[in-house]
Design a protein around this ligand. Structure first.
Ligand SMILES: Cc1ncc(COP(=O)(O)O)c(C=O)c1O
Length: 415
């Protein structure tokens, strides 16, 4: 057999690449890096969060009828555990839908045309409540808060004294800016003025203190896919007796599917008014079992430690925090994109090269900040992985840092 010339070698290698090993040709095409990256991204966004394999496997169980004693038992467990997590004696209603469904239900069930609601804004989610109020024919009087700061209770007092309001709405943890508002202080104002207090606690229940009864929250709302670390698609509302008085008196209620009264009537019989998301509720029960096993106090401590470590590490690598530190969220941290870098240099690269998803800025903060969600099951190891990838990303993008400083800060925080 004669020896192969360089030319025929190249020819054979070409056909080897095309016919036998297409992946290698792809490798030569320059898409190697993205091809190698995991398709299961690491979720460091403020929900939906990663689920444990126990929760995921539970959802593969065969369906059972939702009007059966077996299913009632699951609902009862969820109800009892959610009451503890919400720190409430009130019933916690379960609505099939995302968190916004419970926000919609809270307004639809309490409002009459022309009613005035004082809505504390200061972020993308704070703006949702006044939008819903207006959608149902109400008057939303906004207490506008600078994005990145917490509301000053005096401003709320002023707005109340200058109004005919029926209710105050607040976003406890403003996910778009990474700000935690003082719900307790606003609750006092609501109580003093005999107003309903409606709180979107979608990114705080299960990850931070939410004292529904002690803070005088009349309708406290959360969603499944955030700090509870359950699958997306379930919304919850804890409703006080005072709110029920308003709701049952309200002859001009706007909702049907979202009429909270229907959920209460069904719950008295241990069930739900409409077909619930049975599969998701299997997952919810498993997630709640994990919360019980960890203990709510320990869980809050873990979230607070993660937040402290994230903020400390960010500062060590010359990043500026977006939210005022004295009112920074314990479940999500908003960080300014350094001068000279783009959102793609930070978040895009983190996704492409490290398979890590972080959230971007919303509305006027688009391209200006990125947000790290540290809620649900996130732990020390997750945060170290994110920080080590973030350091590399920033370093190779030209940001002035000393590698390892952020990591060391996280380690110190957890010592
Ligand atoms: C504070 C807050 N409110 C409301 C929502 C809307 O929740 P959902 O998307 O579950 O309807 C979110 C979602 O991120 C949120 O963070």
């Amino acid at each position: 057999m004669g020896s192969l010339t360089g030319h025929s070698c190249g020819y054979l290698y070409f056909w080897y690449l095309v016919l036998i090993h297409p992946r290698k040709l792809y490798l030569l095409s320059g898409n190697y890096a993205s091809d190698m990256k995991p398709k299961n991204y690491k979720l460091m966004i403020p929900g939906p969060v990663e689920l444990t394999s126990e929760v995921l496997n539970e959802m593969a169980r065969p369906l059972i009828g939702h009007r059966t004693p077996e299913f009632d038992e699951i609902l009862e467990y969820c109800q009892d555990t959610l009451k503890e997590i919400f720190s409430t004696k009130n019933d916690v209603l379960l609505i099939t839908g995302s968190g916004t469904a419970a926000m919609d239900a809270a307004i639809a069930s309490t409002i009459k045309e022309g009613d005035e609601y004082i809505c504390i804004t200061g972020g993308k989610f704070g703006e949702r409540m006044p939008e819903i109020v207006r959608a149902y024919g109400g008057i939303a009087k906004e207490v506008d808060v600078r994005w990145g700061s917490a509301v000053n209770p005096d401003d709320v007092e002023d707005a109340v004294s200058d109004s005919n309001a029926k209710a105050i709405t607040l976003t406890h943890n403003e996910t778009s800016t990474g700000v935690l508002h003082d719900a307790k202080a606003i609750g006092k104002i609501a109580k003093k003025n005999d107003l309903l207090f409606i709180v979107d606690a979608i990114t705080s229940v299960g990850g931070d203190y939410v004292e529904t009864d002690r803070w005088g929250i009349d309708i406290c709302i959360t969603g499944s896919q955030k700090c509870l670390a359950a699958p997306p698609g379930m919304a919850f509302a804890a409703v006080s007796e005072k709110a029920w008085d308003t709701i049952s008196d309200n002859r001009s209620k706007r909702g049907y599917y979202l009429d909270l009264q229907r959920y209460r009537t069904a719950l008295k019989k241990g069930t739900t008014p409409f077909t619930p998301s049975v599969t998701l509720i299997y997952g919810l029960k498993k997630a709640l079992e994990a919360i019980r096993a960890e203990g709510i106090e320990n869980r809050i401590k873990r979230h607070r430690l993660l937040a402290q470590a994230t903020r400390g590490a960010a500062k060590e690598i010359n990043l500026e925090l977006f939210a005022d530190e004295d009112s920074a969220s314990n479940t999500v941290t908003a960080i300014k994109i350094p001068d000279g870098l783009t959102d793609d240099d930070v978040r895009g690269k983190m996704k492409r090269e490290h398979g890590i998803l972080m959230a971007g800025g919303q509305a006027q903060l688009k391209g200006k900040i990125f947000r790290i969600g540290h809620m649900g099951n996130v732990d020390y190891t997750d945060l170290m992985a994110v920080m080590s990838s973030l350091e590399l990303t920033l370093y190779t993008s030209g940001h002035n840092i000393i590698l390892g400083k952020g990591l060391a800060k996280i380690q110190e925080t957890f010592l």
